[in-house]
Every structure is written in structure tokens, then in C-alpha cells.
Design a protein around this ligand. Sequence first.
Ligand code: HEC
Length: 158
Amino acid sequence: MTTRPAARGLMITLASLVVLAGASPAASESPAARAVDARQAGFKQIGAAFKAVNDELRAGKPDMAALAAAAARLESHAAQLPTWFPRGSGPESGAKTKARATVWADAAGFADAAANLKAQASRLNALTRDGDLGAVRKQAVQVGAACKTCHTAYRAED
Ligand code: HEC
């Protein structure tokens, strides 16, 4: 007796699903968990770039090239930020995220907060090329305020 073609097809499909599910740890993660991992990695890069800016500013004689490079990285990560929040990657997904549901419920406000960071980081980047350290320092404070404004409204407390 032979297996009917339809049943055989189904068996092959099931077998390949089992293979796919076991392929790698990342493949077993939900799309929401993957999105959260990617955005937390992005924020770590934003954090590292901003720390590099502040470390240079605290140095007695800042390395202007390093300062400008860190500010450029910060601006480019800030430009990416709005793409890190796909719908369905909020707390309702069960993924371990500190993003509040208000990110999506108040999408216009969140977009403004993201655009503000991008604008402040862009200004910082431009100022690092002028060599006026006083102006760079003041602008770094504005960038820090842009981080804080968004965290206060859209990120859950520790
Ligand atoms: C438009 C909103 C917004 C702006 C602006 C913003 N953040 Fe965040 N940040 C968030 C949210 C929301 C989370 C939580 C992400 C999650 O857990 O899914 C977060 C998380 C983080 C984290 C933790 C990442 C991790 O390891 O889990 C760091 C560090 C961070 N932000 C640094 C910064 C810095 C530094 C700035 C400014 C230069 C900044 N953020 C600007 C919204 C923002």
C-alpha cells in the first residue's frame, strides 16, 4: 500500500517545520522578541555614542576628531530610532521590553520625541566641526534632555 501524495506532502511540510523551528535559538524567538532585542541593541549603541561624546567633553583636552566621530554615530543611530518600534513589539506581546504601550497609542507624540533627538544630535554633530567647545557642551546638554523627555513619557521605570 502506498501513501497518498497529499498525505506525503503534508508529512514533508511538517518535517521541514520541525527542522526550521530547531534551526537556531533566534528562530524560536517570537518576532516581537526579536524586534525588542534589535532595538535594545540599537539603544546600547546610542548610549555608547553619547557616552563617548561626554567622555571627550570631560577630558582636559578633548580629541576633536573622536568627538566629531562619536557625534556622527549618535546622529546616525538617532535617525534609525523610529524604525525600531514595529507594531506588536510592545508590552502586550509578552516580550521583555521597557517600551510603554503609549509608544504606539500616542504615535504622534513619540514621533515628535524621536524627531527632537534627531534634530538635537544633528546640531551637536555640526557644532563639533566648528571647534567651539562651549557651544558643543551646551548642545550635549540639549541632547541629554531629548533622551530624558522620551524616557519619561515612553519608557517604563526600572
Ligand atoms: C523617542 C524616544 C526615545 C529617545 C529620544 C531616546 N530613547 Fe532610549 N529608550 C527608549 C525606549 C522606549 C526604551 C526601551 C526599549 C525597550 O526596552 O524595548 C529605551 C531604552 C534605552 C536604553 C536601554 C537599552 C537596553 O539595554 O535595554 C538606553 C541605554 C537608552 N535608551 C539610551 C538613550 C540615550 C542615551 C538617548 C539619547 C541620546 C535615548 N535613549 C533617547 C526611548 C527613547
